[in-house]
Design a protein around this ligand. Structure first.
Ligand SMILES: Nc1nc2c(ncn2[C@@H]2O[C@H](COP(=O)(O)OP(=O)(O)O)[C@@H](O)[C@H]2O)c(=O)[nH]1
Ligand SMILES: [Mg+2]
Length: 280
């Protein structure tokens, strides 16, 4: 399915980020551990030019650990500072701090040579909508400094957050890019909630999900919904609706709700840990 979403507020946000980038030492890029390729915005890669760059694979609690480990090894082999995390977890705070420290060691040494002492690292948190940017900031800053929400597009305007003496963070609105390279990128982003649900046909996306799940994780849908895994397309949503007893007014099966619930079960991890993209 061809999905594109690049609303005006993203063009504006990108322009703002390009302006702010002059004030910044480090770009902390967040990607989704379930789809590390599709969830990396090529525009952000451009922004990291000449800046310290850290790549965090977030929502790792919802991805297969072994695959995430391979991704992190891959990034490290590319010389990228990276770490897998659940941005809600307090346990990872120290590891993130250590990574930021390591990544900024050269900068601190350079500052010192110029006689600058104790200047905090200024880092921009960037990534696609809904990837966990604000959650990470709240976790690091230890209070509700950034608004979070399970909908793309909650963060608006510029927010500097003072974490401690050594670190200042700048939250940024989630941004996508004008044209996705191929259909599977838009589909992956839509599947995991980075794209407004209004711009694609949910039932069609649910069918794509059925095919992805039965191919990558045979048996899971049968376990979870008790449905067959060789269904004709027309029978997939009716089977899920039946399994969950989803009836619309008049007693017909509610296929829209079936699609919604199916996608929600994926996004929230109820279908189990999933890694839809692997490093090759
Ligand atoms: N399971 C899980 N959920 C997360 C994680 N990080 C964020 N979330 C949830 O994802 C949703 C979007 O988070 P938010 O920080 O608002 O994303 P933002 O749009 O990038 O700022 C919220 O419902 C968060 O609770 C994570 O690492 N694991
Ligand atoms: Mg946000």
């Amino acid at each position: 399915m061809n999905i594109q979403w690049y609303p005006g507020h993203m063009t504006k946000a990108l322009r703002q980020i390009k302006e702010d980038i002059r004030l910044i030492d480090m770009v902390i890029e967040l990607a989704d551990a379930r789809i590390p390729d599709s969830s990396r915005n090529p525009e952000i890669k451009n922004l990291t030019n000449g800046k310290i760059h850290i790549l965090l694979l977030n929502k790792a609690d919802l991805a297969e650990d072994a695959v995430t480990t391979k991704w992190i090894e891959y990034y490290k082999s590319q010389g990228i500072f990276s770490l897998a995390l659940d941005s809600r977890s307090k346990a990872k705070k120290r590891e993130i701090a250590a990574l930021i420290d390591k990544a900024s060691a050269e900068k601190r040494a350079r500052d010192l040579r110029r006689g600058i002492k104790n200047r905090p690292v200024r880092a921009l948190i960037a990534g696609i909508p809904n990837v966990g940017k604000s959650t990470l900031i709240n976790n690091l800053a230890g209070k509700n400094s950034a608004k979070t929400g399970n909908k793309p597009g909650v963060t608006k305007g510029k927010q500097w957050i003072h974490v401690n003496k050594t670190l200042d963070l700048l939250d940024s609105p989630g941004i996508l890019w004008p044209k996705f390279d191929d259909e599977s990128t838009g589909e992956a982003l839509a599947l995991f909630g980075a794209i407004s649900d209004d711009v694609f046909e949910k039932q069609e996306l649910a069918l794509i999900l059925y095919h992805r799940m039965t191919e990558l994780y045979p048996g899971r849908l049968n376990d979870f919904y008790g449905i067959d895994e060789n269904l004709d397309d027309a029978m997939v949503l009716p089977a899920i609706a039946e399994s969950r007893r989803l009836l619309a007014a008049g007693g017909a099966l509610d296929l829209n709700r079936a699609a919604n619930i199916f996608l929600d079960d994926l996004r929230s991890g109820r279908l189990g840990k999933v890694s839809f993209e692997k490093p090759d």
